[in-house]
Each structure stands twice: as structure tokens, then as C-alpha cells.
Ligand binder design. Structure first.
Ligand SMILES: [Mn+2]
Length: 238
């Protein structure tokens, strides 16, 4: 049994090298795994499942092929950028949409994207509350594609992740400990901060496994036969 975990690809262009690297990862790693978990910010932005693009179509086709022809089960969790990915798109891609936090069945491991635990960034948490409100989301999805696109462009331009030299707020230790405890788990696998590593979380015997983004060195997590999660590097040799 092999389970793989990735996040923060920020895919936005079908012809970008990073998208080709992802396809190589599917062929070289995910095809040999039993389960692939995508933990958010897979797409750079997402304005609704009805906004069909060449990129989203190709990705869905590749994922569906993986599921059908290689029997890899696919699980998708949204991040702070692609939080509007819904059941329709997941179905097209052969993926199961999972809610965060998600307890990996039969383990002491919890999965989340990570932005909700960045509790010291109170300004961001206020914005997040608005964007994750079901009524706000429904109103947004009722707008035209053009209106939604303008909003997405503005949000991206304002995003702190895009400001040069900005250090993204890290997850808060107390928030991680509370989350792990509430879910009776000891290990958190997450993305969002783009700072790969395995670290102890203060005083509780808890651990966090942080995945990387895909712009620099690519680190994914792997669990073999219920062993401890390991970080592995993926190098794309074309
Ligand atoms: Mn993120």
C-alpha cells in the first residue's frame, strides 16, 4: 500500500514547465501508488467548475486516466486559492472531494491545507471567513464568468503571496496542537507555507510534515504500508 501527498502546484498554464512536471509525476510516481492526495492550491485560482479551460480539461483527463487505467484512488482538498473547486470538477477528474481537516482512515494522521491554522494573521482569517461563507460563494458563482475573472485577478494582485519579499505567516503551534488533539491524531500533513520539512510541534509529541510548492525543489510525502510519512524529492528528467 503506497499513499502519496502533494500540494501547492499553483497550476495556471497548460504549456508551463510545471504542468509538464506534474504529468511526469503522474506517470512516474502516482501510477505506481494506490492513493494520491492533493492538499490544496493545486490551481493558482478557480472561479467555478463551469469555467472550463484547456488546462482544467487536460488535467481532468490525465487524472481520470490515472484512476481508471492505473487504479490510483484520487482525493482532493481545496486550498486558499482554489477553494471553489467543487464536486462537478472532481467527478470529471475521477477524484473524491474531501473536507479539511481529513483524518486518514485507520491512522493517527490528519490532512489539511494549512491556511486556517495561520491564526496569527488575523487580517487574513477575516477575509477567509468571508470567502468560505456558503452564501458568499453562491452569490459569487451566480455572477458572470467575466465578473468572476475580474475578481480573481484583483485578489491575486492583492495577495501577500505575490508581494516580493513577503514571508508567508506560518501555521501556529497552538492551532496545530488543538487541531490534532480534537481529531485524536499526532501527525499533520499540510502545504501552504512552501517550506518543506518534518518538524516536531512544541511539547506535545506532535509532528508536522510540510509539503513544498512546485516552483523550486519538489517534495512530496509518501506513506508505505502504514509506516511513518517520509518526504521524498521529485526530479523531473524530461
Ligand atoms: Mn495556500
Amino acid at each position: 500500500m503506497k499513499q502519496l501527498f502533494i500540494s501547492d502546484l499553483h497550476l495556471k498554464d497548460l504549456n508551463a514547465p510545471i504542468t509538464q512536471t506534474f504529468f511526469a509525476f503522474l506517470d512516474q510516481k502516482a501510477a505506481m501508488a494506490d492513493e494520491l492526495y492533493i492538499l490544496g492550491d493545486f490551481f493558482e485560482y478557480w472561479i467555478g467548475d463551469d469555467a472550463i479551460s484547456e488546462l482544467s480539461d487536460k488535467i481532468a483527463a490525465r487524472l481520470k486516466d490515472l484512476k481508471e487505467n492505473h487504479k490510483t484512488d484520487l482525493y482532493f482538498m481545496v486550498g486558499n486559492r482554489d477553494f471553489l473547486v467543487g464536486k462537478n470538477y472532481c467527478e470529471r477528474a475521477g477524484m473524491q472531494l474531501i473536507e479539511e481537516p481529513y483524518k486518514l482512515p485507520g491512522t493517527n494522521i490528519l490532512l489539511c491545507h494549512g491556511d486556517a491554522e495561520c491564526t496569527t494573521d488575523t487580517e487574513y482569517q477575516k477575509v477567509r471567513q468571508v470567502l468560505r461563507n456558503p452564501q458568499w460563494q453562491q452569490d459569487f458563482l451566480n455572477k458572470t464568468l467575466e465578473e468572476r475573472m475580474i475578481f480573481a485577478e484583483q485578489a491575486r494582485a492583492q495577495s501577500k503571496e505575490h508581494q516580493a519579499g513577503y514571508e508567508l505567516t506560518d501555521l501556529n503551534d497552538d492551532a496545530i496542537n488543538a487541531l490534532l488533539e480534537a481529531n485524536q491524531t499526532d501527525i499533520l500533513i499540510h502545504g501552504h507555507t512552501h517550506k518543506p520539512g518534518i518538524q516536531a510541534v512544541a511539547e506535545q509529541g506532535h509532528k508536522r510534515v510540510t509539503l513544498s510548492d512546485w516552483d523550486h525543489e519538489i517534495w512530496y510525502a509518501e506513506i508505505k504500508d502504514s509506516g511513518p510519512p517520509k518526504l521524498c524529492q521529485f526530479t523531473h528528467i524530461a
